[in-house]
Design a protein around this ligand. Sequence first.
Ligand SMILES: [Zn+2]
Length: 373
Amino acid sequence: MTDAPILVLLDFSKVFEVDCDASNVGIGAVLSQEGKPVAFFSEKLNHSRTRYSTYDKEFYAIIRALNHWRHYLICKEFILFSDHEALRFINGQHKLNNRHAKWVEFLQAYTFHIKHKSGRLNQVADALSRRHSFLNTMQVKVSGFEILKEQYSEDPFFKQIWTKCSKGPVGSYLLQEGYLFKGNRLCIPEGSLRENIITETHAGGLAGHFGRDKTLSLVKEHFYWPRLERDVARHVERCRTCHMAKSQGQNTGLYTPLPVPTAPWEDVSLDFVTGLPQTQRNKDSIMVVVDRFSKMSHFIPCNKTNDASHVADLYFKEVVKLHGIPKTITSDRDSKFVGHFWRTLWRKLGTKLQFTWATCCEVWWERIFVSGT
Ligand SMILES: [Zn+2]
């Protein structure tokens, strides 16, 4: 996890650097000098923009960031850390559509050098957009979530930190979009939300009454409050369902269903409808890919004799280009099939890596993020 960097005062004699990043739901940017952040910017994508291609999202992030800091950037040459591919893509278009034409015209007012993102680990922008997506998810899942912002100033533990953070990050604490974070963990003031979070994580939705350690690690991944460990331990100890299960002698614990997905297109299910009449193009089956978070589905015609590498090809062509690589795939096929499918997908990703870095780097970060915690 990235600790919140301390913001430094900007100095007009030094060169400005702009880092941009786009995720599926939001964009983020950092303005820095000599590698030290001076200002942050983030924005939620509206519904029609979430359907932009990866290149367009990346491009949109650049446009918004430059516009946001135009008073610093318009008068002097600066460095733009971006994905070459996004800009090369737009340069390679023979005929620009209206949107691209407007963006290109906008960019012409600025003077900048482009440096490739991967040359500089884009941790700050990444953490920024990760927190942003997390807040979006919470706003969808928890009604009245915004009230949290007003509770910090009255919370005995957080009120001092909250006041200090209004002037800039303090240690690992920082404010983003009015919410208090400790690193990437959202701070939760005293109140019923703490209990709700524990209940939801331990037994809500499809969660299968996880044990203490599992519940704790899930809660700690996204949330912070003082004595969180104690609260989780108490809750799990007192859970009646867990007690009843134990008293019936089920030492193995309750049946644990699939973990509940927390973001779109991270966990997908892959199934096949077979035995359909053959089409003129020799298709007799449908591959059904469902995002377990949003339930959005893709139906891809295929053939029942297609093996795992064919299926991986199709998946790559039809799904990866839109939504990236998922973290997990659930399938009704046997584990050998799924294993082969994954290997093929990763091999394809490996060969494509240098060409579509933007689509992949999010996944890489995800992996580094997961294994680093
Ligand atoms: Zn329980």
